[in-house]
Structure formats: C-alpha cells, structure tokens
Design a protein around this ligand. Sequence first.
Ligand code: 5AD
Ligand code: SF4
Length: 424
Amino acid sequence: MNVYDSEQMALILGQDYELTGRAEDADLYLINTCAIRRKSEEKVLSLLGRLKALKQRRPQMLLGVGGCVAQQEGEKLLQQVPHLDLVFGTHGVYKLPALLKQRQETKQRLVDTSFSPDLPYISQPRLSGSVQKLVTVMQGCDNYCTYCVVPYVRGPERSRPSGDIVREVEVFLGQGGREVTLLGQNVNSYGRGLSENITFPGLLRRLAELPGLARLRFTTSHPRDLSEELIGCFAELPPLCEHIHLPVQAGSNKILAEMNRGYSREDYLDRVNRLRQACPGIALSTDFIVGFPGETETDFQDTMQLMQEAAFDSAFYFKYSPRPQTAAAAFPDQIPEAMKTERLARLKKLQEQLSFASNQRLLGEVGQVLVEGFSKQKNTQLYGRLRSNLVVNFDGPRELIGRMVQVRITKAHLHSLGALLCEN
Ligand code: 5AD
Ligand code: SF4
C-alpha cells in the first residue's frame, strides 16, 4: 500500500518535479511512513535526524513527512523536528501540490491530517516500463483488531467503484501490462458501501476476462471473510495465481479472541483445507504476531502447532508492538521483550524448515516465470516470480525482461529458487 502511495505522490508531483536518486540534488524530500510497529516509526525519526545536516546545507530544500506516522503524530512531528516543513496524513497525498504551494507562499510550516470522504486515484502510466502493476481496490479498515493501528491512521473502509478499477487495468493491459495485484487492507469486504451491487469475487471475475491479463493477484484477505465463492475463484479463473496470503496471527483460540480476529484456529484450518481442495498446490503464506499480551507458553505452543498443521509455504512473523490508541496496548500481562525475542526465534526456526521443505518439493519441476529484471544478489542473473509468488534466479539474456518464460527448478534455497531456462 505504501509503495502504491509513493508512486501516486511521484505521479501527482510529476508536473513540477522529477525524481532524483541523489538527496543532495533534491528540491523536495518526501518520506512516506509506516506505523504498523514501533520499529518502523523509529526509522522515520532516525532518518529525519540524519537529514538535519542536509537541510542546513540546503535550506531551500523542502522536507515533508507523509503516511501513517504523519497521520498519527501530526503537529507533534513539527514540534519534535524543527527542520521539517510539511506533515501530511494518509489522505493528504492528493493535496500535495496545493500544500506545497501554500508552504511556498505563506512560508509557514504546515500540517494536514484531515480525512476526506473519498479518495481520488490517479491512473499510472507504466512506471519504468514495468509489466506489473499495483491497483488499489479499497482503502482503510473497520475491523479493529486490537493490536492494529491501521483503522486509526488509514481511516474507515472505502471501496473504489469497479468501473474505475476495470478501466485502470484495461489501460495498463493496452500498454502491454501482464500482471495486476489488487490491494486493500481487507479485500474480501470489497464492495461494501458502494452504490453498485458488487463483491470481491465479482470484481475478480470481471478482471479475469480482460484480454491480455496473464496474472491476477490480491492482498490481503481476512480469514474470517474468506467466502466459498472466493475460494471457488482459484479453481475457475485462469489468470488468478495459485497463491494466497492469509494472515493467521496466532494459533491459540484465546489469543485470537483477544485480538478480535473473529475466527478460531479450527475455522482457519478448515478454510486452508478448502482452499487446497479447490486449488491443489496453492501456495499459502501468512503473518504471525508473537508475544501478544497474555500469551502463555501453552498459547505459543498452539501457534507452533498451527504453523506445522497448516504447513505454510512462507510466513512473516513479528514481535507484538504496542501501538497508540489500540485496545491491546492497554491490556494487562504485556510480555517481556526477551520472551518475545525467544518465541520469535523458535517460530522462525520451524517456518524455515517448512519453507525449505516446500521449496525442495519443487526441484525438477517446470514453472512459468514473469521476468522482472536482473537479480539483486548476482546481477548477471535474471530473476522473476512463479505464479506461486516465489522468486526464481536464472541465467538468461536481458531481452527476456518483461516476458513470460518457462524454467526448470534446479536449486532450492530458503526464500528463493535457482533454475535453468527451458527452450522457450
Ligand atoms: N505488532 C506487531 N505486528 C503487527 N502487525 C500489525 N500490527 C502489529 C503490531 N501492533 C502485523 C500483523 C499484520 C502485519 C501487516 O503486521 O501480522 O498482518
Ligand atoms: Fe489491521 Fe485487522 Fe484491519 Fe488487518 S484487518 S488492517 S490487522 S485492523
């Protein structure tokens, strides 16, 4: 979502500014921020600290902070950081030209963290010729999981009219685009509150019919709202890739209830089974939080067991981080940091075994890769993703970038695969 918002900022300001890779050349320096955990918030403050010298050397450079930390902290950020010019919230992206103009004219430092009833979207041209595109279908969240700051910083849930989404995807496909990832905090509730009668599966079906769309993905879905109809889409819609990110957060029913997730471990495992029945081999990834308030060793064991039972292909895991305004921040029995660290390490070890085993099962298989570019580790190699979202590295010519190729998997690593290019 933040990548998408940053792209929107670059586009909106495209008439007045061009992007530079060198901070020393910048007339405007914008930091887009994440408030999901304290660590991401600390990174913002430390970057702002480091920019003080640059701002002193180049006082004409405007320095702004946007996104979730800006939304959360507002005025406080201006007070805390004297060399900061502008603070704009999660709904402020589209007001940027006006805000910058106001700053130039009034010479006053500015804060705008107001919410707007609806969000305009700027259709992106193919940024750097990429054949992949992120498309926001809804923003905000009304779920209020007790650990999560998103409903406070992103505001209430709003869906985007389906016609706008379809048009944006059509334009992209007309320019040669191949893969679209639909974005939303909880895509399963797409359509709620719109005047038209449409559900998320309905939207998927409309998009899947568009000529030229090779791959369709979405993130993130809430396990509680994973409908039979959506599960069916994986079997029915050829472009829909065989991968789902389904954040479980915890394996203990007590903790899931305290988190206000609205499902039990049994519900979750049942949905996983049904997904695997409808779409054998579907890649499953998830998120875990360890050290949620009140989590006992027994609760944590439930999480470890669920990890094993669901046999996730990959997972992200985080130490619980108390967030401002959230209910869980005030819960009793906060878990000591050292215990969180220790539980995280055990969870990581188990998932690494599962991920490695899952990757090894792919050895010898032939798969389809959409080539994204030169590999970051070894820049003589190309890399791309399988439909399962796994990264594959292989030798091949530059001309393949942006193309769909067949590869044979020859190496399994923890988070990626090695492969040989097949005769294409
Ligand atoms: N502490 C730790 N992890 C969190 N997440 C969300 N809020 C918190 C928090 N307060 C994690 C969840 C979510 C992912 C995006 O971030 O696992 O799925
Ligand atoms: Fe946060 Fe829960 Fe909404 Fe996801 S569904 S954004 S975890 S409140």
